[in-house]
Design a protein around this ligand. Structure first.
Ligand code: NAP
Length: 295
């Protein structure tokens, strides 16, 4: 078994982006990070994104409306960012507090600034294999991890556990694309799928994104499989100062000896998500400098 080191792969991507930003004409790319309320995980994710942006030379603009902001006022705030020529990318940190229509908020972001890739237009472009759009950061990060680890999906059975808009559906579409590195044969499973283990055991590449701590156990995995663990779950752990530990959707101790390659949690998919956000922000800046022809 070999580990896929997301920290190392993200660091090389970040170094490439830093060089690319340094060579850009005019002002640096600018990313607006909008965090509604004070959810502790969101606080740490936005801080990490701000730090990584600074490392690359991307300017970040942090907006912290309270959880009591109305949907209409949040939409107005997004409209202002959409209209601001000094902002290239807009990220609305998910999950929003209860009561918001999250998909409507994602759709409010102008598609050409939607570096999170959740707008209908950008999801549609993934389905149409149109490279002028933005691919959602976690699925894009998974594909980059596979590519940089030498895993070609052609001729492979890819099983995706989870069908969310943020991970499961877009990663399934990406694995299916008719392009180098992809061309996978894809099965998507969800909570209404009967006999999950029978399907996951068929996977040459298993992508687990269900948000259930250590759900995937050894008997669900084919020997020699590549396992990508997207899950980030906080599990109570009184022995830690924080009172919790992070665990993936895969039971790492039993599954890892069976795999050829596996991502750890933390240090696997997570760092790639942030790196791909930066890649999308640099792309947004490049597109604003020379807009792509409409397709
Ligand atoms: P989500 O929106 O809650 O979706 C979970 C998906 O898993 C749903 O499609 C659900 O099925 C399915 N599911 C849940 N329980 C299941 C079960 N027992 N058997 C089969 N399918 C089941 O979650 P998400 O946003 O995709 O996130 C998934 C995990 O990835 C979470 O741990 C999250 O924290 C993590 N995540 C990590 C990153 C990163 O950067 N590494 C980014 C995003 C998310 P239904 O559709 O039928 O309900």
């Amino acid at each position: 078994m070999e580990l896929i080191d997301g920290n190392r792969i993200a660091a090389s991507l970040i170094a490439e982006l830093k060089a690319q930003v340094a060579a850009l004409p005019g002002r640096p790319p600018c990313l607006a990070l909008v965090r509604v309320g004070d959810d502790p995980a969101s606080v740490s994710y936005v801080r990490k994104k701000e730090q990584t942006a600074a490392e690359i030379g991307v300017t970040s603009r942090i907006l912290l409306p309270p959880a009591t902001i109305s949907q209409a006022d949040l939409c107005r705030l997004i409209d202002d960012l959409n209209a601001d020529p000094g902002v290239d990318g807009i990220l609305i940190q998910s999950p929003l507090p209860k009561g918001f229509d999250e998909v409507a908020v994602f759709r409010r972001v102008a598609p050409e600034k939607d570096v999170d890739g959740f707008h209908t237009v950008n999801l549609g472009k993934v389905a149409q294999e149109d490279d002028t759009g933005f691919v959602a950061c976690t699925p894009a990060g998974i594909m980059e991890l596979l590519a940089r680890s030498g895993v070609d999906l052609r001729g492979k059975h890819v099983v995706v556990l989870g069908r969310s808009l943020i991970v499961g559906k877009p990663v399934a579409l990406l694995a299916l694309q008719k392009r180098a590195g992809a061309n996978g044969t894809v099965t998507v499973c969800h909570s209404a799928t009967p006999d999950l283990p029978a399907l996951t055991r068929l996977a040459d590449v298993l992508i687990a994104a269900i948000g259930r701590p250590e759900f995937v156990t050894a008997e669900m995995v084919k020997p020699g499989a590549v396992v990508i663990d997207v899950g980030i779950n906080r599990v109570p752990d009184p022995t830690r100062k924080t009172g919790y530990r992070l665990t993936g959707d895969v039971h790492f101790p039993s599954v890892s000896p069976r795999c050829s390659l596996i991502t750890p949690v933390p240090g696997g998919v997570g760092p790639m998500t942030v790196a791909m956000l930066m890649k999308n922000t640099v792309k947004a800046r490049l597109l604003s400098l020379s807009p792509a022809p409409a397709r």
